[in-house]
Ligand binder design. Structure first.
Ligand code: CAA
Length: 304
């Protein structure tokens, strides 16, 4: 028998490409009302515009009916800037999808632990930060992390790692922190399935399964470009045509965002001390130059 996720309302923090994609699949596929919060109002309007475009495209392609698109859009509401995270106090699950910054995530989870109900699931879409570290911050102020109340609060935290573009990629990686309860894990899995995703499980190791394997591959491709082993186009073409990858590694790095790739690689390197994860100098310099990939028009390729 399928396990009920019990999520009647979802909160999403961060309206960037991941947060918006999660909002899209939750509202359209899981048919759950979503309250979207981002501290930058312009990010919200950009995200909602993209959602309108994606829904219109699905309607034009005959993938969904116009009424389904309208209902999905109506399920999404925006949390008032002045209210902030407090606006999510009545939701059954929150998925955080802000940038890969541990302090920022810890601040958000500390606030969420104070503002949400004790049974609200607190999920993070982080691609590499330790879920256990994030969970340790989801403890009510003044409470010890080792006390029963502290442990119960941290037990609501889980990693729910979606892939970009979220509407297309079939996978969600489910990551258990040391503190995550079995109930949190099984309801989170059921929710991912309701969003029409397949689920794999990874331990809370740096990069989990996905990025611990993907990032050295991308980094190696950047080093080969740096060393002049082959041109940008030939590196990408080799992987696209030789191995049937949908994108070559340099194109994929641009797609993910070079700043995100660097942040993940730094986390992998710091978390393992293993030199195989050391980011390439070229990647560091490109991020120094603010060449961040597709999101701002210049990475290994140029975009209009
Ligand atoms: N949002 C929503 N839908 C999108 C999209 C986006 N940003 N980009 C493309 N699509 C949709 C298109 O609308 C199209 O849908 P239909 O089939 O309904 O027409 C479909 O994807 C295919 O798109 P295109 O025909 O335009 O282009 P394509 O065939 O080259 O596919 C792609 C584009 C799906 C992005 C494909 O190139 C691909 O799979 N690339 C690899 C992506 C990948 O590896 N993602 C994981 C990155 S790692 C990550 O996210 C995790 C992390 O922690 C870093």
């Amino acid at each position: 028998m399928a396990i009920a996720h019990g999520i009647k309302t979802l909160g999403v923090i961060g309206a960037g490409q991941m947060g918006l994609g999660i909002t899209y699949v939750a509202a359209l596929r899981a048919k759950v009302p979503v309250q979207l919060y981002d501290r930058a109002p312009e990010q919200i309007s950009k995200g909602l515009n993209l959602m309108d475009k994606l829904l219109a495209k699905d309607v034009a392609k005959g993938k969904i009916q116009e009424a389904e698109a309208r209902q999905a859009r109506e399920r999404v509401s925006v949390v008032d800037q002045a209210v902030g995270v407090r606006g999510l106090r009545d939701v059954d699950m929150v998925i955080e999808a802000v940038s890969e910054n541990l302090e920022l995530k810890q601040r958000i989870f500390s606030e969420l632990s104070a503002e949400t109900r004790p049974d609200t699931i607190l999920a993070t879409n982080t691609s590499s930060v330790s879920i256990t570290k994030i969970a340790a911050s989801a403890v009510p102020r003044g409470e010890s992390a080792a006390s029963e109340r502290g442990r119960n609060s941290a037990g609501r935290v889980v990693g729910l790692h979606f892939f970009n573009p979220v509407p297309v990629m079939k996978l969600v990686e489910l990551i258990s922190a040391l503190q995550t309860s079995n109930d949190t894990l099984s309801r989170s899995r059921a929710f991912a399935i309701a969003c029409d995703k397949e689920v794999t499980v990874s331990k809370d190791v740096p990069g989990f399964v996905s990025n611990a394997l993907l990032m050295p591959f991308i980094n190696e491709a950047i080093m080969w470009l740096e060393k002049g082993v082959a041109t940008r186009d030939d590196i990408d073409k080799t992987l696209r045509l030789g191995m049937n990858h949908p994108m070559g590694p340099l194109q994929l790095a641009d797609f993910i965002g070079l700043d995100t790739c660097l942040a993940i690689q730094q986390t992998l390197y710091a978390g393992t001390g293993d030199s195989k994860y050391r980011p390439s100098v070229l990647l560091e310099r490109m991020v120094d130059a603010q060449w961040l990939g597709r999101k701002n028009g210049k990475g290994f390729y140029e975009y209009n």
